[in-house]
Ligand binder design. Structure first.
Ligand code: WT7
Length: 615
């Protein structure tokens, strides 16, 4: 794909194979949330990703190297584009045999194993919709997603290897899948020696048996450009996760274009994005963007520090990775372990280092630049969201200037605006505003599954005529953007997006508290951490309660949403209408003396009490 300026999205779209040509570029808009790209066009994204590249001569090229966890003794470690197509076709045939049709939803609850790629791409080949659920989600979180999306078939693996631990993923998937009318099949990758229990009521079959004897070709099923490609759940400022729906044509163009543009990727380069496929980064910059561009990638099942803290660097050395894309939280935690782990690896293949997921702090940026990149690599700080489908603001290697800690400039065709609380555009530079986008782009999520109204309320209604990002930002005199962070009740812990309302919901339902409030506070390693305040009736100590609360969170959401600290309080600060002032709690917790006028609170005295419990 050409990396010319995208003055015209149609030109980019025409570089792909369409079954039927599209008639218009953009129709619809933010107001009704009826954004439509490439109307009347029909295509198959999997054909564009595999067949099109194979026809262009890339059949024997390595699509990806698989670096399994050390404990996982699987054999095959790399797959050419031809081999991926064969595996995807077999799985597509098996899905069809199981009665899966265009538009049906398939859940992928898998570790970073090659079968996850084959199964996901097979969905797109047959026009089914995948919903990939991060393997760290608990059985209840998985179950609620299966129900919301009316999943017909789930693909999982027996075991998830994480560092030196093994997790019984199949067991979780089985529990989550119990007695759901719409769910008929469970397919599992048989990746360990443990025996698999039978699950009554479900057609349970191993991946190997599922694809056994299946034909190695499968005609792609053509879908309209706006046909849903995947659903990806993400947290918002209210309790229930949102199933964001991304559609085929626009997402294809956006993920492919942004990959090529932001990373300035060349044919012989090797790309490694460390994100799990359960997050949007793993979708856009592993599953789709790079493969659409015929790239060679690394798929990594491990963790950064196992068996040693040089795991990332050894993988870069082994595969001669040229483009490495990770999150600030990983950079910070590796920085803590000392430079020697980096210096003892040959990283001379590196050209571009990417950062994503949260603002990168100066110390981490410098370490990434000086120690990992030896001051010879370009660092790209890429700002985007699950909702945007791909990078929106980033410097471009060789084209625009990087600035430590600034995402810098919007990509061509993207028009950000900073607005104040009254929806006035902030024209002055160096002023904080709410980051909004003023025109639809091809990769924007089109709706929230089963709740279009919530989509409109969350993104389109706050400032009519704009897409509302939920982030605060500043623009400097060069027109470069610095992202400050969320302005809503969404917290970013180790790059995981967590809605504080969702965590409060779990704590409130645990029976341990009368009332609770959860806020995000800065944390040196994880960026932000969760702090929970609770009014309690029991005599348990805060440590005991913290453990109990975290057990509940682990069960209902997943361990990554655990609170760092549980603080017992007598009362929580509230407005006269009874709304908990989380902003105030955050300030108190971070020792910010500038609390503003607290006299209008229902219970101003509680602030002093809370300070006493905290410090
Ligand atoms: C939120 C989106 C983008 C894929 C991974 C996270 C924060 C993301 C940056 C960055 C500062 C960033 C924002 C955004 N964020 N990238 N380069 N600099 N903040 O996707 O889970 O949808 O989270 O992550 O706050 O709104 P997500």
């Amino acid at each position: 794909m050409n990396s010319h300026q995208a003055s015209n999205w149609s030109d980019l779209a025409k570089e792909f194979t369409w079954k039927t040509d599209f008639k218009s570029e953009l129709s619809g808009g933010f107001e009704k949330g009826d954004i439509t790209w490439f109307k009347e066009g029909s295509l198959n994204i999997c054909e564009n990703l595999l067949d099109r590249n194979i026809e262009a001569g890339l059949g024997e090229k390595t699509a990806f190297f698989w670096e399994p966890n050390e404990l996982n003794n699987s054999l095959k470690k790399s797959f050419s584009y031809n081999e991926v197509l064969t595996e995807v076709s077999k799985f597509s045939n098996a899905l069809k045999e199981s009665g899966i049709k265009k538009g049906d939803v398939i859940a992928i609850y898998m570790p970073m194993v090659p079968e996850a790629v084959f199964a996901s791409l097979a969905c797109s080949r047959i026009g089914a919709v995948h919903t990939i659920v991060f393997g760290g989600f608990s059985k209840e979180a998985l179950r609620s997603r299966l129900i919301d999306s009316k999943t017909k078939l789930i693909v999982t693996a027996k075991t998830c290897y994480r560092g030196n631990k093994t997790i019984d993923l199949l067991g979780v998937a089985q529990e989550a899948s119990k007695d759901l009318d719409h769910l008929s099949h469970l397919v599992f990758v048989d990746n360990s020696d443990t025996s698999a229990n039978e699950q009554s009521g479900l057609n349970q079959i191993s991946y190997t048996d599922f694809v056994k004897g299946m034909p190695t070709t499968f005609e792609p099923v053509y879908v309209e450009a706006e046909h849903p490609l995947f659903i990806l759940y993400t947290s918002g400022s209210t309790g229930k996760p949102k199933g964001l729906v991304h559609t085929t044509g626009g997402y294809m163009v956006w993920s492919a274009f942004t990959f090529k543009e932001v990373f300035q990727f060349q044919d012989d380069d090797v790309f490694w994005c460390t994100a799990d496929i359960g997050w949007i980064t793993g979708h856009s910059y592993f599953l789709y963007g790079p493969f659409l561009n015929g790239a060679t990638q690394v798929m990594f099942e491990g963790v950064p520090t196992y068996p040693n803290p040089d795991r990332f660097w050894k993988v870069i050395e082994k595969y001669k990775v040229s483009h490495f894309y990770t999150a600030p939280t990983a950079i910070r935690s590796l920085q803590c372990l000392g430079d020697d782990w980096v210096l003892n690896s040959d990283l001379s293949s590196l050209k571009v280092l990417g950062s994503v997921g949260e603002p990168i702090n100066l110390e981490a940026w410098q370490w990434y630049n000086d120690i990992v990149g030896k001051k010879e690599c370009e660092i790209v700080d890429t700002w985007w969201q699950t909702e945007t489908g791909g990078v929106m603001i980033s410097n471009i290697p060789g084209k625009t200037q990087a600035k430590p800690c600034l995402a810098t400039k919007p990509l061509s065709g993207i028009n950000p605006a900073l607005l104040d609380q009254n929806a006035n555009v902030v024209h002055d530079n160096n002023q904080e505003g709410i980051l909004c986008i003023s025109k639809p782009w091809p990769g924007i999520a089109r709706t929230i599954l089963n709740d279009h109204n919530r989509y409109l309320e969350t993104y389109m209604k706050p400032f009519p005529g704009y897409y509302y990002t939920g982030d605060g930002a500043k623009r400097d005199d060069d027109g470069d953007y610095r992202i400050i962070g969320r302005i809503d009740d969404v917290v970013n812990v180790s790059g995981h997006r967590i809605g504080t309302a969702e965590v409060e919901d779990v704590i409130n339902k645990s029976g341990l508290v009368i009332e609770s409030a959860v806020v995000g506070i800065p944390d040196e390693t994880t960026g932000q951490a969760l702090l929970a305040f609770g009014i309690v009736s029991s005599t348990d100590s805060s440590e005991v309660l913290e453990n109990k609360v975290n057990e509940a969170i682990k069960e209902k959401i997943g361990s990554f949403s655990k609170v760092k600290k549980f603080v017992i309080v007598k009362d929580l600060p509230k407005t006269r209408s009874g709304k908990i002032m989380r902003r105030l709690l955050r300030k108190v917790a971070t020792k910010d003396e500038n609390l503003g006028d607290t006299s209008t609170l229902l219970n101003p005295d509680c602030i002093l009490e809370i300070k006493k419990s905290l410090y």
